[in-house]
Write a protein that binds this ligand. Structure first.
Ligand SMILES: CC(C)(COP(=O)(O)OP(=O)(O)OC[C@H]1O[C@@H](n2cnc3c(N)ncnc32)[C@H](O)[C@@H]1OP(=O)(O)O)[C@@H](O)C(=O)NCCC(=O)NCCS
Length: 233
């Protein structure tokens, strides 16, 4: 924290991940007229960063001109733009009335193959998703003629009123037929069956127009836009 005359005037932090040797930067959060201390705080933070960290990442709101300028001055590289979307509980009335179909063990292998093909380098493999399944972590599917058309993997944490759509894919030849819409609908119906969940927030790469249009068609609304930056150190 930055302190002046006994008042906190700025906050800057980081969250380390020693699996990937990276640190996500939080902030700096500064009052508009206090941005001159941003670099001082930054340099202090770098001094205490663990030595193992070799990559810094930042998610900056597209409207946050001061932070964007700082990232530029520090030679961060812009990797992507992400859009934060939210679906509010009161929209559930507008969801299609369709049955929820849960993944059964005879389709585990098909689901794993599809997941690993569409998301080859991600945080959970198809096998890991299967291992994680329980009352609060589910895969819903669409099937036709004994073939898996698509799946959606969702998690809920009722104690915190939080739910998330983790992965979602439709087999390529089957896309554009409304299967994605169906899967999203199943996921939302299940997530909102937990009373503590008021809304679902998710992040989608702004270049993924198909997914973005689909989320909006189902009832998600854009909350804000973030820029994702990285820097090797
Ligand atoms: C994103 C994804 C899941 C969408 O699945 P999908 O089954 O193609 O989705 P839908 O068919 O419901 O909707 C896609 C489009 O088809 C259109 N569509 C739906 N039913 C249709 C029908 N019967 N006839 C013609 N078009 C139709 C929709 O209007 C939509 O059009 P739009 O993109 O112009 O808005 C799929 O593209 C995918 O697996 N992508 C790779 C993985 C991915 O990006 N996952 C999301 C990560 S955030």
């Amino acid at each position: 924290i930055g302190i002046k005359d006994g008042d906190v005037i700025g906050v800057l932090g980081f969250d380390t991940d020693f699996d990937s040797n990276s640190a996500e930067i939080w902030g700096p959060f500064l009052k508009e007229d206090k941005w001159d201390i941003a670099t001082v705080m930054w340099n202090k933070m770098i001094e205490i960063l663990p030595r193992e960290i070799d990559l810094l990442t930042m998610f900056i709101n597209k409207e946050n001109k001061n932070c964007l300028r700082l990232a530029d001055n520090l030679h961060f590289i812009k990797e992507s733009e992400e859009i934060i979307l939210r679906f509010e509980r009161f929209y559930t009335d507008k969801l299609q009335d369709i049955p929820i179909v849960e993944l059964s063990s005879d389709y585990y292998r098909d689901m794993q193959l599809l997941h690993d093909k569409v998301f080859p380098n991600t945080y959970y493999s198809g096998n890991k998703i299967i291992e994680r399944l329980n009352d609060h972590r589910k895969v819903f599917v669409d099937k036709k003629d004994n073939k898996l058309m698509g799946y959606i993997y969702v998690e809920v944490n009722p104690a915190f009123g939080e739910g998330s759509i983790e992965f979602f894919a439709v087999d390529e030849p089957q896309r554009g037929k409304g299967i994605g819409n169906k899967l999203l609908t199943m996921a939302l119906k299940w997530l909102f069956s937990f009373d503590s969940v008021d809304g679902i927030t998710l992040c989608v790469n702004s270049a993924n127009k198909k997914a973005l249009n689909l989320y909006k068609a189902v009832g998600f609304e854009q909350e804000y836009q973030l820029c994702y930056f990285t820097k090797e150190c």
